[in-house]
Design a protein around this ligand. Structure first.
Ligand SMILES: [Zn+2]
Length: 71
């Protein structure tokens, strides 16, 4: 398995799906769920898909990890 980060196209997802990912977040900094994120990007790393964005409240990086079922 590669350690390389492979970019994926978040905007290729269905509109409702994108919306759900943008709303359903966990922010480590704020310690709160569903604050939402902006500027999302998606990539594959070590067999896991990540959706990364910026917390709507604090602006720090928010990461959502997708299990294989969510692909
Ligand atoms: Zn935050």
């Amino acid at each position: 398995m590669s350690d390389e980060r492979i970019e994926r196209d978040f905007s290729a997802r269905a509109e409702e799906e994108q919306q759900a990912f943008l709303e359903q977040t966990w922010c480590d900094e704020c310690q709160e769920v569903n604050l939402g994120m902006k500027n999302p990007s998606e990539y594959l790393l070590k067999g896991i898909v990540f959706i990364e964005g910026e917390c709507n409240r604090c602006g720090l990086v928010v990461l959502t990890e997708l299990t294989e079922d969510d692909f």
